[in-house]
Ligand binder design. Structure first.
Ligand SMILES: NC(=O)c1ccc[n+]([C@@H]2O[C@H](COP(=O)([O-])OP(=O)(O)OC[C@H]3O[C@@H](n4cnc5c(N)ncnc54)[C@H](O)[C@@H]3O)[C@@H](O)[C@H]2O)c1
Ligand SMILES: [Zn+2]
Length: 344
């Protein structure tokens, strides 16, 4: 993997000085078109726009067909460039479309949400959802350039900012005690612009350091799934009950629930477990969980891609900066964790 991360839109013109393209396309959704495209346009050569609808429910092969058809109609060729300007949905789907269009054309990611800046646009995973399974169809493919500019965050709704902060805290837990302490001393909602920029750079650097050692997700990259077994089940559950949780909101609960298991049945200290609960309370308002049906949730967990032979396997925190992987967790242990999430 070649490192191509630059901060600030001023990195775009030098990119076009050393790379020439027959045509340039910018993929947007209605929000990134309205709020972000005007900031990017002054740095771009001549280009054409392709717009899809915003939201996870449009991260589908149908949207891909629309993007590929638009590229063809607008005379794209193998020497064209696609710039993905938007949140994680746009960077995931745009990168996927580019990676297979005419067997692969160059693309640039310009993430505009905090989640995309710190997580989704970093690491070369592209893809779309298929038959209600998240990210079921995709490729590993790297952008020619990942350009991060925090100016875009000025228009991102606060709920989206807060949701992304859960992934940033996950990265802190995987890093070290010092980074975790910073999050406990400063609630994310009160973080200054300078602190958010520091967190973006730190989180991005950390994710890069992990994925660059395991780009194909065979071993150490799997630590990034911390909190995600419970999170994915909660997300699917809430979608089914038409009260969707944002991904990061589910990850925040997943970090708490999985820390409960790590403390009660493995080696995580009481202090570290309590700190994770404290971090949750500092930043999030817990959704109503009283009617959770544990058996339905367990069924969602069994569909997790990390499982082998239908045994539930979790990544668990050992201490700040250290995890154990492939921990087989029983249904009764998971039920206790879910019960804890309802009651804490
Ligand atoms: N490829 C990976 O490794 C990876 C990792 C994590 C998440 N993801 C994917 O990322 C997606 C979630 O990303 P997301 O949270 O950015 O969601 P998103 O792309 O849906 O963006 C959230 C909302 O914010 C809007 N938006 C984005 N930037 C804006 C801005 N600057 N101002 C105003 N509105 C703005 C979007 O239009 C959307 O309505 C999921 O599909 C997830 O699977 C991928
Ligand atoms: Zn995640």
């Amino acid at each position: 993997m070649i490192k191509v991360i630059k901060f600030g839109l001023k990195a775009i013109p030098p990119f076009f000085k050393i790379n020439t393209y027959s045509s340039v396309f910018v993929l947007v959704d209605e929000n990134s078109r309205k709020h972000c495209l005007p900031l990017l346009v002054p740095y771009l050569p001549g280009h054409q726009i392709i717009q899809i609808k915003s939201g996870e429910k449009h991260k589908t092969l149908t949207s891909c067909e629309f993007i590929w058809a638009s590229l063809l109609k607008k005379h794209a060729d193998r020497n064209s460039l696609l710039i993905n300007l938007g949140g994680g949905v746009i960077t995931d789907i745009g990168a996927f479309c580019a990676s297979v269009f005419m067997r692969g054309v160059d693309f640039v990611n310009v993430p505009t949400s905090l989640l995309a800046m710190t997580d989704a646009a970093v690491g070369g995973k592209t893809g779309v959802d298929f038959l209600n399974f998240k990210n079921m169809i995709g490729t590993f493919s790297e952008p020619k350039l990942l350009c991060i500019d925090p100016e875009f965050l000025k228009t991102l709704p606060q709920k989206q900012m807060l949701s992304a902060s859960a992934e940033i805290f996950k990265h802190a837990l995987l890093q070290n005690k010092k980074e975790v302490k910073k999050h406990l001393e400063n609630p994310f909602v009160q973080a200054t612009e300078a602190e958010i920029l520091r967190q973006i750079k730190n989180s991005n650097r950390f994710k890069w350091s992990v994925v660059s050692k395991d780009s194909m997700d065979k071993n150490i990259r799997q630590q990034l799934n911390l909190g995600h077994t419970i999170a994915h089940a909660l997300e699917s559950y809430f979608i089914a009950f038409k009260k969707p949780l944002l991904h990061g909101e589910a990850v925040a609960l997943g970090l708490v629930g999985e820390a409960f298991i790590a403390h009660c049945f493995y080696n995580l200290s009481y202090e570290c477990f309590l700190n994770i609960v404290y971090w949750y309370d500092l930043n999030f308002k817990k959704p109503e969980l009283k009617e959770l049906n544990f058996n339905t949730l367990l069924k969602w967990m069994q569909k997790d891609k990390k499982n082998i032979n239908s045994e539930l396997q979790l990544v668990l925190l050992e201490k700040e900066g250290s995890v154990t992987m492939n921990n087989v967790v029983s249904h009764s242990q998971l039920k206790l964790a879910l019960k804890f999430l309802v009651d804490f």
